[in-house]
Design a protein. Structure first.
Length: 97
């Protein structure tokens, strides 16, 4: 990672796994542009790899994910991702603040 990059939390879904971790992006850069310009693999650091049912399979400091295997990528913490998918979760989160 160069000094002009910052770690951005992501959740990556493939056909077999869910990978939670971070990618290095230049501040203000869009994740879409990063993926479009990536080589065959993207580097995910501090990765937690789960099966499709949420069972943790392993943790690694670094994993490469083949770009063509990615089905969905979302920014942010798991809670933020779930809130994006579930309006009720957003309402509950707002009520707790």
């Amino acid at each position: 990672m160069s000094s002009d990059e910052e770690m951005t939390q992501v959740v990556v879904r493939t056909s077999n796994h869910v990978i939670r971790g971070a990618v290095a992006l230049i501040p203000g850069a869009r994740l879409t542009d990063y993926l479009r310009n990536a080589d065959l693999f993207i580097a995910v650091v501090d990765a937690v790899v789960e099966d499709q049912n949420g069972k943790e399979l392993f943790r690694r400091r670094f994993v490469n994910v083949h770009r063509d295997q990615i089905e969905i990528v979302a920014l942010g913490r798991e809670e933020a991702v779930l809130a994006d998918l579930d309006p009720a979760a957003t309402a509950l989160e707002d009520a707790q603040e």
